[in-house]
Write a protein that binds this ligand. Structure first.
Ligand SMILES: [Zn+2]
Length: 247
């Protein structure tokens, strides 16, 4: 049995986590914010109790129908992503390998359902976290929000890379204004995509997410700085500090 009093969450002692998980199971969408405040604040920090909660989250998810499972998967995903950033987390990935594999399977099942692109991308991040695909398990956020804010690799100016309902372009400044130049992103032709880019593109197509797939062709394409006109790989700038080498 897990001795929760020996574990920590964001607030200190994790004594209250089992009861909180019970409440989460009963009302996932309303308790999710409170659960994440304790187990994965900002969705980028995890604690010993966060990892210890993974088996229970997998159990909860497996008892839910796919269409009612999203909140549970969206609680587990960020915790699994965080695991690779600490020794306790790396140990947890091994200890709970079976549960993480089950979470991956349960998530993939949901991806086959007709989802809006935002939910699809968020669940895809959970799937990638459980499959140990670094960077993109955390950096599809800009495609969910419709924009990434990056620095030009040459002149350092802040560039918006828009990939979403507003279009697919780069801009400097408030691109909602008509007088701001919008430079179309240059997608990589699908047949030229490789590695994780190819996998993401083909997976989205397989799931009937054509818009998302085309978004990936742009995410793994090129953008141009409107100031110094340098052309750069979008994904490299998006990955930023998370990525030690070029995609
Ligand atoms: Zn520039």
């Amino acid at each position: 049995m897990t001795d929760w009093s020996q574990l920590e969450d964001a607030f200190g002692s994790a004594d209250g986590i089992p009861a909180l998980l019970d409440r989460f199971e009963a009302a996932p969408s309303s308790v999710w914010p409170e659960l994440m405040d304790r187990l994965c604040p900002q969705l980028d920090t995890a604690f010993t109790a966060s990892f210890a909660a993974l088996p229970r989250l997998a159990e909860i998810a497996s008892g839910q129908e796919p269409e009612r499972r999203s909140w549970t998967l969206l609680a587990a995903g960020p915790i699994v992503s965080c695991a690779r950033r600490s020794p306790e987390g790396m140990t947890a990935r091994t200890t709970y390998a079976a549960e993480i594999e089950e979470l991956a399977r349960l998530t993939d099942e949901c991806l086959h359902a007709a989802l809006d692109s935002e939910t699809y991308l968020l669940l895809l991040q959970t799937a990638l976290a459980c499959e140990d695909v670094a960077i993109w398990d955390e950096r599809l956020d800009g495609m969910v929000e419709g924009e990434y804010e990056v620095e030009c690799p040459h002149c350092g100016v802040e560039v918006f890379l828009v990939i979403g309902a507003e279009g697919r372009f780069s801009a400097i400044g408030d691109y909602a204004r008509d007088d701001i130049e919008k430079i179309p992103l240059r997608p990589t032709p699908p047949q030229d995509l490789d590695g994780v880019a190819k996998q993401l593109y083909e997976r989205a197509l397989r799931h009937g997410q054509r818009e998302v797939a085309e978004g990936f062709a742009h995410l793994f394409g090129e953008g141009e700085c409107g100031d110094c006109r340098t052309v750069f790989p979008v994904a490299t700038q998006v990955a930023g500090w998370l990525m030690p080498t070029v995609v």
